[in-house]
Write a protein that binds this ligand. Structure first.
Ligand code: HEC
Length: 130
């Protein structure tokens, strides 16, 4: 193999491996459910006038909502609420935030997506908040 080609080949291999490892995360919808109920719902009950039922949106609507990353009528980022920083800020009084304090943000987001996908109006198990 000539050197130029082998560098290109090695780069492609690294890129493929990296993509593979991202894909390899197998979302834990149960962890997503715990987080949704104990973090998202807890605040909705206190500040959004009541719980927001996962079955109020379809799978496609949840996917678009998460993708848009606009929360509370677009005032802020949704991802902020799965961030380590946010979990840190509430972990003294929130058991789920404390328990999942060290989970990578991307994994927790995937878990949440998996739960919302399952609990959506057209999901496998349309979910209430509790
Ligand atoms: C610290 C409080 C708080 C947390 C935590 C929180 N929310 Fe909210 N959320 C709100 C409030 C307040 C509203 C209502 C905003 C309004 O109607 O003006 C809202 C509204 C929503 C809505 C309705 C659409 C919208 O954006 O206005 C959805 C869906 C939602 N939240 C999803 C989530 C999810 C998923 C999480 C957890 C990852 C989460 N929220 C965490 C306070 C929170």
């Amino acid at each position: 193999m000539n050197p130029k080609f082998s560098i290109a080949f090695a780069t492609a291999l690294v890129a493929l491996t990296a993509a593979g490892s991202v894909q390899a995360y197998d979302p834990d919808w149960k962890r997503g459910r715990v987080y949704y109920r104990m973090v998202c719902t807890e605040c909705h009950e206190a500040k959004a006038g009541g719980a927001i039922n996962p079955a109020t949106k379809t799978k496609a609507e949840w996917a678009a909502y998460i993708q848009a990353d606009k929360h509370a009528k677009g005032k802020e980022s949704l991802k902020r609420y799965v961030s380590k920083q946010y979990r840190d800020s509430i972990k003294a009084t929130n058991k789920a935030a404390a328990k999942f304090a060290d989970v990578p943000e991307q994994e927790l987001l995937e878990d949440l997506k998996a739960f919302l996908n399952k609990g959506a109006k057209d999901g496998d198990a349309p979910a209430k908040c509790s």
